[in-house]
Every structure is written in structure tokens, then in C-alpha cells.
Design a protein. Structure first.
Length: 381
């Protein structure tokens, strides 16, 4: 028994040393990974690209690496590299809104963790290290995550939600005020998110939502969050659907806009909720490398709307389905003629990413210069 007890103590000692080792190690330098900076033209639009146009949408497709999420300074430096490039190219102006992609803030769940979490070969091992690094705190939230079928993922996001929200807010508030632009800041997974007294608030025991926020040119957060109404199958185990009627509209000084979180752009009800806006912005994340070129497998997460041609399933590509059934094909039902949709790209464990932006002007889908990695596109309107 003494040998067993001694062995157990040795294991505990090794675990304690491992769990606390290298938290303060120097992080690798941030690499911007920008491969395209492009001004979008509209040769087929009725009004052409008039010099009198004084509003613009800047779509940013950041190419994110796992190490970009290891701390607030890392995340801010990566985002600032894109905003600085957009500024240097004259894209950030008085009436600018910058659009960022879905899940951009989600991987802040690993903020202030060891670099080994970022360098894990797969997401399962990365998440396992989060548990091992903080076992007591994790199990407190695991036990309370009773409404989700994936209690491990839910517990991890609840455990780190307050820090995630703070880094997300600090980063985009700083960028908005520095560059004097509005920012549709992409999405982040948070439990019970709301805006209270100018801050993102979370309720740790409330359901987790895929949520986006908008920051004004003074760095203040607008007082209405945007929650995803149609989570996809991979999100259902830990993300709750928000009522589609709660998708808000925003009256900015230069435009009335609606913001949809990824799959919401595939459903007519979403466009009815934002009826009457001038512009529709969509943030997206499409997992799996090369996903846009595979055969479309149909709707994911909820039944298809009645206007969907079921014969398209298995007969068109994923990209063609996006063009037909998401923003490019549905924007007109909102009354808007201006739209943009950007995707998260990068090297995020084994998840893979795909997608290139969609820009719509006067109801027409525009040609864009594709980005191999990160990209910045400007559309005047």
C-alpha cells in the first residue's frame, strides 16, 4: 500500500509540474498572412463606380493560426495587422463598416494557456489540456452544464467565457476607436450574452449562443447582440438557437443594416426579420479544407425552406448552393441591394477552413480577387 500511495503522489507531483510549466513562455511573433488587398469594381452596375460614392464595406478574411489566440496582445496584434493594411490602402474612412467572420472570437477559449495547447495535433487534445490545466474549475462548470449534450465543450466555454468576452471587447473597441470605423466584429461563443452599461455581459449558467456584436467609431459597443438563430448540426450539442424574430436591425449614421450569423443567411425568415435594411452583412465559417468544391449535401441543422429545389442536393457544389440559397440568392427578399459575406480562414488544429467572400452591389454578385490566405476587400456604394 505504501508503494501504491507513493506512486500516486509521484503522479500528482508530475501532473502539478506539467500543468504549471511554460505558462509564461515567450509566444511566437504574429504573422499577418495577408495575400490579397483588393478594391472591388462593378462594371455591370447601372451607376458604375461613381467617384461620388461615400460609403463602403471592408470585408476582412483573417488567416488565423492557433497561436494568435494565446493572449490578448497576440489577438490584437493579428487583427491590427489587417486594419493597418486596410488603412494604408485608403479603405478606412468616415462612413466605413468593417466586416469580420464567424467564430473569429471563439478560439479565445485558449487565451493565456500554454503554447502546447495551440500546438496540439488536434482539437480534442487541445481541449483535453485545458481540462488538465484547470481540473477543479472545469468540473465545477461541467457539473452545471446539464442542458447541453456535449457537456465537456459547454463546460470549457463557460469556464473561460468572462475572459473571452473581455479580450473580444477590448480588441475591437481599441481597433474601432483607433481607426474611427464601425466594426461588425464576427462571432464568439458565449453563455447568456448581452450588452449592459456598454460592456459585454455573460451569464455563466445560461445557454451558450453563437453571438456577434457591433462597435462604433468611438469604440463603444452597440446595445444589441446578434445571436445565431439556426445553429448547424455540429453546434447543436452545445449551442442554443435564438428566436429568429430577435435578429436586430441597426440604424447607423450612414446606413440601416442587418447582420446574419452564417447559416441564418440560408433561411427566408432571417431576411423577414431585417426587412427594410439597406445592407446585409453575413459572417461565416466553413470547416474542412476544400469544402466549397464538394457536392452539396443539403441543409444542415434545420429542415430546408419550402423554396429549395431538393434536386439540387447531390447535383450542385457547396459554393453553388451558397450562391443560390444564402446571401447572394436571398438578399433581395430583405429589400437590400448591398451585401457582403466573409469567411474565417486559417490553420486551426485539424478543422480545416474554406470560402471566399461574396459581395453584392445593386443586387448583383460581384467578381472578386481570391485570397490564398488572408484577404482584405473594399466595396464602395
Amino acid at each position: 500500500m505504501r508503494k501504491i500511495g507513493f506512486g500516486f503522489l509521484v503522479v500528482i507531483l508530475i501532473w502539478v509540474i506539467w500543468a504549471n510549466f511554460s505558462f509564461k513562455s515567450e509566444l511566437p511573433p504574429v504573422s499577418a498572412e495577408i495575400s490579397t488587398v483588393s478594391q472591388i469594381s462593378c462594371d455591370t452596375c447601372e451607376n458604375g463606380d461613381s467617384l461620388n460614392l461615400n460609403r463602403n464595406i471592408v470585408g476582412i478574411q483573417p488567416y488565423m493560426l492557433e497561436t494568435d489566440y494565446l493572449g490578448e496582445s497576440q489577438f490584437l496584434a493579428k487583427m491590427d495587422a489587417y486594419f493597418k493594411a486596410a488603412h494604408e490602402n485608403g479603405f478606412l474612412r468616415v462612413n466605413t463598416i468593417v466586416l469580420l467572420p464567424e467564430y473569429l472570437g471563439t478560439w479565445l477559449v485558449i487565451a493565456d494557456e500554454k503554447e502546447s495547447v495551440a500546438n496540439a495535433g488536434n482539437l480534442t487534445w487541445a481541449m483535453a489540456q485545458l481540462v488538465l490545466n484547470h481540473p477543479f474549475e472545469f468540473f465545477k462548470f461541467y457539473r452545471k452544464s446539464k442542458h447541453e449534450s456535449d457537456r465537456i465543450t459547454a463546460g470549457l466555454f463557460r469556464m473561460n467565457a468572462e475572459q473571452m468576452a473581455q479580450i473580444y471587447q477590448n480588441t475591437f473597441s481599441s481597433l474601432a476607436s483607433t481607426y474611427k470605423v464601425y466594426i461588425s466584429a464576427g462571432s464568439i461563443l458565449l453563455p447568456g450574452p448581452s450588452v449592459e452599461n456598454g460592456k459585454i455581459a455573460v451569464e455563466l449558467m445560461e445557454p451558450i449562443y453563437n453571438t456577434s456584436f457591433i462597435f462604433d467609431l468611438q469604440g463603444k459597443i452597440l446595445n444589441q447582440e446578434i445571436k445565431k438563430a439556426f445553429p448547424i448540426d455540429s453546434e447543436h450539442p452545445f449551442v442554443k438557437a435564438s428566436p429568429v424574430v430577435q435578429i436586430p436591425k441597426f440604424e447607423l449614421p450612414f446606413a440601416n443594416i442587418g447582420v446574419l450569423v452564417c447559416a441564418d443567411s440560408w433561411y427566408p425568415e432571417s431576411y423577414q426579420a431585417i426587412q427594410g435594411v439597406e445592407a446585409v452583412l453575413v459572417n461565416s465559417y466553413c470547416a474542412i479544407d476544400g469544402a466549397m468544391d464538394v457536392v452539396w449535401g443539403g441543409y444542415n441543422g434545420a429542415p430546408p425552406p419550402s423554396d429549395v429545389d431538393l434536386n439540387d442536393i447531390g447535383n450542385i457544389t457547396e459554393k453553388q448552393a451558397w450562391e443560390k440559397y444564402a446571401l447572394p440568392g436571398r438578399i433581395g427578399s430583405s429589400g437590400a441591394k448591398i451585401g457582403a459575406n466573409v469567411f474565417l480562414r486559417g490553420e486551426l488544429w485539424e478543422l480545416g477552413t474554406d470560402g471566399q467572400p461574396f459581395f453584392i452591389k445593386e443586387g448583383k454578385l460581384l467578381e472578386i480577387e481570391k485570397a490564398e490566405k488572408g484577404g482584405i476587400w473594399n466595396m464602395d456604394y
